[in-house]
Design a protein around this ligand. Sequence first.
Ligand code: ZN
Ligand code: ZN
Length: 177
Amino acid sequence: MALGPIDPEILRRLRTAIAKILSLPVRVLRPKPLPLHTYHVVRQQYHSTQLLAYLLAENNSEAFRILGITAVDLYIPIFTFVFGEAQLDGKAAIISVARPRGDTDGVMPPRQVYLRRLIQLSLHELGHTFGLGHCRQDACLMGFSANLEKLDRKKLAFCEYCQVLLADYLRDKGLIH
Ligand SMILES: [Zn+2]
Ligand SMILES: [Zn+2]
């Protein structure tokens, strides 16, 4: 679900990639406006945890999991920014498409690189909602990446270990057999 305006092509590409990699049905929900109370005037960023709560409150779909996608920059108080946030073993996750756009030199990455980063971040945060913690393998989607350089070194896949945990979790919830 888009929170504020988002390029529809990004939503389409994310839907396709997430459905393919998780083998689960994915729907794009109607967008919601960004709530102003989650905006921090001094930081000029949106509070990611508050946006997650908003996402849950506004969600009236039957979806098992819900992923918010926003163009604004996100923060939680202990970090200067976050790529996204998720409820561990919970219903909601959120990512921002803002940071993946910029490299350290401020040059826009090629479109494919940009979309790949968004897919990685979405799967990482959704992985947390499926109960997965951070993985020690840097190449795994569940590996923690503090910057884009690390993110770009990841594969577009969960490692074997995380795949097993994920499959167990989804089987447990009756989503796969
Ligand atoms: Zn994480
Ligand atoms: Zn892993």
